[in-house]
Design a protein around this ligand. Structure first.
Ligand SMILES: Nc1nc2c(c(=O)[nH]1)N[C@H]1C(S)=C(S)[C@@H](COP(=O)(O)OP(=O)(O)OC[C@H]3O[C@@H](n4cnc5c(=O)[nH]c(N)nc54)[C@H](O)[C@@H]3O)O[C@H]1N2
Ligand SMILES: Nc1nc2c(c(=O)[nH]1)N[C@H]1C(S)=C(S)[C@@H](COP(=O)(O)OP(=O)(O)OC[C@H]3O[C@@H](n4cnc5c(=O)[nH]c(N)nc54)[C@H](O)[C@@H]3O)O[C@H]1N2
Ligand SMILES: [Mo]
Length: 758
């Protein structure tokens, strides 16, 4: 029986007449994702890219406008020649930093054909490129946590396991809940979805879950809902600390032994900094949570073993560092960091593998050649980089300059899904001389390219799926033929490398099959060194999967807690820093030296605005970002072809909006149309419009065109969390919503216009 995998899980492909008929869930997966149902339709979609295509007015040098001009289909030789020429010219005239190869994006679960890594490898062979720093997912946490706890392992590494929670934890205080929709997904795929089972086991064992969230439904039914205004969690956490302090419940011994800066932090909480005491009453006005409820919560978390968690979403907002730092501060005050089932951890329900055993070895992954060029720009600064060559920005305590980008090379990502304030990006995107995109589908980003090269989907090539928070390594076997003339990204780069004289550096004499074997062998060597050997390649490929069986890990921070001198953290003090001299010295008022309440410029507490609805753009339940949007589960979720927006029922009534109505969401940055869903399980004043509906401008030739399909990124703001981390602020967005009498419509998945087509 053949096997394949995806970010949404492993499956058994059933093929009929050369076509994928069904993706049958992997029999060992305890909780497979319904998204598998979308796979056949996506793979055989009418909007696959089947031949190389070049934007007509780029080819004839007449200028034109990216996204608005028709394409010409050409043969592979012509396409590869024009790309090779553009690269050669650019490297000669402007050097490596003028080529942007950051190419952010998830591509497929296959670790060899991970397109972004292949882009980086290829461009490194040519002399290097401007890369990116950080990520959209947890960029603020990733750069903040090393200052606080020495590294970001509480986001990316081992956190308290589900088993430990079930056995030891009385209360899990879950900021952002534990969304079942999100734990369908693991980057690199998963053979076994464990989160729902882990949660159920904990609930059965008597663990209480408190879902602190503007949304009720992103937690199990059995959880308690603790509604809160988006963007206000730091205030709640400070008030909980205040309440612990006021009632004599601080763990002074832990604070003294294991932290530095608690005096300054507590002085701030008490109001000794000249500000107000951060009491429950103070927080009530900010968070919308009654003071008594905050006081009661403080009592409950101090009574018994408590784990404080937060989803990644909380830090994707202005000053998104603060709730994360405050979670750690609250956990430190409770004094249970390092105890089984206690302390803090991030990303439960943000991704499938959180709560599993983390495995820092034996995970097959393609190793790209090192980038010889040091230029890197934070992912969230994409638009500024393109529009402001030579401009300066701050990042992580230092000033940097934007490079002068002439070529943008993107494969495996969809910036016209993922980036914020898309109307700004559309204009900045017109500046470079050349934009090359590899895509399996005619996405918004493909339509915004000069040269579009048809890439295979994962089902049309051999690969291996693996992730370090998930026990399975899974063979992804070629199942169907590529459509038209599609090639693997690696084959495309190999052909370009030949033209540019770097074939040996690029491919090392290996074809795709040879490279796959080599990638596996590297992981196997590491697995043997760690005493958990992967089988030989042929045996693995034949069986199709391998499951690592690992012993349960110790609680995070256990060694540090036991003896902080013997097992110090990698912070300057070796302790948990509740006040960081380093961060304070940077002088960023949006990210001071200790956890603080720093209201954003755009959030639900902003008074007197013309755009009173706080729009959250969560991850979609029906797809992965923009992937699978055209198929099955996602397509069926649309309302008259538009993305559903969840509105609080009273907000909808006040605007004359009924269930299923077309609505217009707008602010000063853009406007988009969506279909209304009414709910009492979303806090009043808050709306939810998931990411990933394919960007569909009404008029691609117009500046600031209306968007017709419900893409929240025409509304989101292109402003970083802070200068410290330059994270994404997707969740700090204010909009107005109105009923749309006549809502315009265009097919989001239509093919672009072609001048000629064979
Ligand atoms: N408003 C708002 N915006 C957000 C977020 C949010 O919360 N709110 N979240 C952000 C986050 S956390 C993330 S991670 C980003 C995600 O942003 P992306 O990772 O850019 O989103 P995807 O849709 O997964 O894009 C992957 C692209 O790769 C293509 N692809 C798949 N396989 C292959 C392949 O083998 N080869 C090639 N060449 N291409 C392939 C797919 O067709 C798709 O177009 O979005 C961010 N944007
Ligand atoms: N189905 C599906 N799953 C996915 C993805 C996908 O595209 N589809 N994408 C994956 C990726 S790339 C990522 S980065 C992760 C992202 O994972 P997250 O960032 O955790 O996901 P979100 O869905 O944005 O939000 C999670 C929860 O946080 C809540 N929340 C938002 N803002 C606030 C706030 O200010 N305060 C509080 N208390 N709660 C808040 C939301 O209501 C929601 O319940 O998801 C991954 N999982
Ligand atoms: Mo992400």
């Amino acid at each position: 029986m053949t096997i394949h995998s995806s970010h949404w899980g492993a499956f058994r492909p059933r093929v009929e007449d050369g076509r994928l008929a069904e993706a049958v869930p992997f029999e060992l997966d305890g909780d497979p994702s319904p998204m598998l149902r979308s796979v056949p339709e996506a793979v055989h979609a009418a909007n696959r890219v089947t031949r190389p295509a070049v934007r007509a007015s780029w080819l004839d040098g007449s200028g034109g406008r990216r996204g608005a001009d028709p394409f010409v289909e050409v043969g592979w030789d012509t396409a590869l020649d024009v790309v090779a020429d553009a690269l050669r010219r650019t490297y000669e005239r402007h050097g490596p930093s003028s080529v942007f190869g950051g190419s952010y994006g998830w591509s497929s679960a296959g670790r060899l054909h991970h397109a972004k890594t292949q882009v980086g490898h290829f461009l490194a062979c040519l002399g290097g490129f401007t890369g990116h720093a950080g990520n959209y997912s947890y960029g603020a946490a990733d750069h903040l946590l090393p200052y606080v706890v020495g590294d970001a392992s509480s986001v990316t590494g081992q956190v308290t396991t589900w088993a430990e929670i079930a056995e030891h934890t009385d209360t899990v205080l879950m900021l952002g809940g534990v969304p079942a929709k999100n734990f369908q997904i693991e980057s690199g795929g998963t053979g076994d979805h464990t989160s729902r089972l882990g949660l159920d086991a904990a609930l059965d064992a008597g663990t209480r879950l408190v879902n602190v969230n503007p949304v009720r439904f992103d937690a199990p039914e059995r959880a308690e809902w603790f509604p809160i205004r988006p963007g206000s969690d730091a205030a709640l956490l400070l008030a909980l600390v205040h309440e612990l302090d006021r009632t004599g419940r601080l763990d002074e011994d832990f604070l003294r032994r294991c932290t530095v800066g608690h005096e300054r932090f507590l002085a701030y909480v008490r109001g000794a900094d000249g500000g107000r005491a951060r009491t429950a009453r103070w927080a009530a006005t900010i968070t919308g949570v009654p003071a008594e409820r905050i006081e009661d919560l403080a009592r409950r978390i101090a009574n018994g073993r408590t784990l404080v968690t937060a989803t990644w979403a909380l830090q994707r907002a202005e000053s998104g560092e603060q709730p994360y730092w405050a979670v750690i501060a609250l956990a430190a005050c409770l004094g249970q960091i390092g105890l089984p089932g206690g302390g803090f951890g991030f990303g439960y329900g943000s991704i499938a593998g959180t709560g599993n055993t983390y495995r820092p070895f034996g995970t097959p992954a393609f190793q790209a050649r090192k980038n010889p060029c040091s230029a890197r720009v934070p992912v969230t600064r994409l638009t500024d980089m393109l529009s402001d060559p030579g401009g300066t920005y701050e990042f992580d305590g230092a000033a940097h300059r934007y490079p002068d980008i002439r070529v943008v090379y993107w494969a495996g990502g969809n910036p016209f899904h993922h980036h914020h304030d898309l109307n700004r990006l559309v204009e900045a995107w017109q500046r470079p001389e050349t934009v090359v995109v590899h895509e399996p589908w005619w996405t918004a980003t493909a339509r915004m390219a000069d040269v579009v090269l048809p890439a295979t989907s994962s089902l049309e090539r051999d690969d291996i799926a693996a992730a370090s928070k998930e026990p399975y390594v899974v063979a992804m076997k070629r199942t169907v033929d590529p459509p038209g003339e599609a090639r693997t990204d690696r084959q495309i780069f190999a052909a370009l490398a030949r033209r540019l004289g770097v074939e040996q550096e690029h491919s090392g004499g290996l074809d795709d099959a040879g490279a796959l074997r080599a990638m596996y062998e590297t992981a196997r060597t590491s697995s043997i060194e760690h005493g958990h050997p992967l089988p030989e390649f042929d045996e693995f490929w034949e069986r199709g999967h391998h499951r690592y069986e690992l012993p349960a890990p110790p609680p995070p921070f256990a060694a540090f807690r036991a003896d902080p001198d013997a097992a110090p953290l990698a912070t300057p003090s070796g302790r948990i820093e509740l006040y960081s001299e380093t961060v304070a010295a940077y002088g960023y008022d949006e990210c001071p030296g200790h956890p603080a309440w720093v209201p954003g410029s755009e959030w639900s507490g902003t008074a007197g605005t013309r755009h009173p609805i706080h729009l959250l753009s969560p991850q979609p339940s029906s797809r992965l970002h923009s992937q699978l949007d055209m198929a099955g589960v996602s397509r069926e979720s649309k309302i008259d072809g538009r993305e559903p927006v969840v509105l609080n029922a009273s907000d909808a009534r006040a605007r004359g909006i009924a269930e299923g109505d077309a609505v217009r969401l707008f602010n000063d940055r853009g406007e988009t149309y969506a279909g209304a869903v009414l709910s009492d399980d979303v806090l009043a004043g808050v709306a939810l419009l998931a990411t990933g509906a394919w960007y569909t401008p009404a008029d691609p030739a117009a500046t600031g065109s209306a968007e017709l399909h419900g893409n929240p990124n025409v509304l989101s703001q292109d402003r970083p969390t802070s200068r410290l981390t330059q994270g994404s602020t997707a969740q700090s967005v204010l909009v107005q919503v109105e009923r749309a009498e006549r809502a315009p419509f265009r097919d989001p998945y239509a093919l672009p216009a072609f001048v000629t087509r064979r």
